[in-house]
Design a binder for this molecule. Sequence first.
Ligand code: 5RP
Length: 224
Amino acid sequence: MTQDQLKKATAEAALQYILPHLTKDMVIGVGTGSTARFFIDALAPYKNEFDGCVSSSEASTEQLKGHGIPVYDLNAIADLRFYIDGADESNKHLHLIKGGGAALTREKIVAAVAREFICIADESKAVNVLGSFPLPVEVIPMARSHVGRELVKLGGDPAYREGVVTDNGNLILDVWNLQILDPVALEQQINSIVGVVANGLFASRPADVLLLGTEDGVKTYTAL
Ligand code: 5RP
């Protein structure tokens, strides 16, 4: 199977996972990226079975609205039963690296609110140690050089993601060559650098469930 076929199968498995729980007043959190796109397409035929969605990016909002699915401001939502989103890497604790699509801050906010975060990914995203994928960090533009120097002190090699402005008007530094042995600690260390908006480690709030698309079918993992 191609990587896209694995992503699509995983997105469809996420739909099957949530279908029995849908209620007419339910709002669903949806993420960003190609796997999330497959999920939105899979969800669309069921739009009359739930109320609407909260979205982690302008791109996903546009796709949802294109399907006629209402998109709500997160501030108006008291209870978010599910958040479904992709990842760039996952370890066995379901600590993630996210932000390949530059949407990490909004993704982190929606994940924080959700009762259950279902991560959907193809098997290439499963790793023993996080860090082969460069860690995205969203940064206030005037702090770019300062944050870059602080990230070097932490052992990383930050690279400015040319031409990318986040939905929040900020920039992304991708940090290479990190071997992330303690994701919870590193997430907090990076967050404490002045000028950092958020970083792509989802360790303090990991996924609750990982649906991993493999050649042998979609496998379901919970954190070890
Ligand atoms: C976007 C993300 C995505 O979830 C991550 O990059 C995975 O993307 P894809 O599903 O296209 O492989 O974090 O900011």
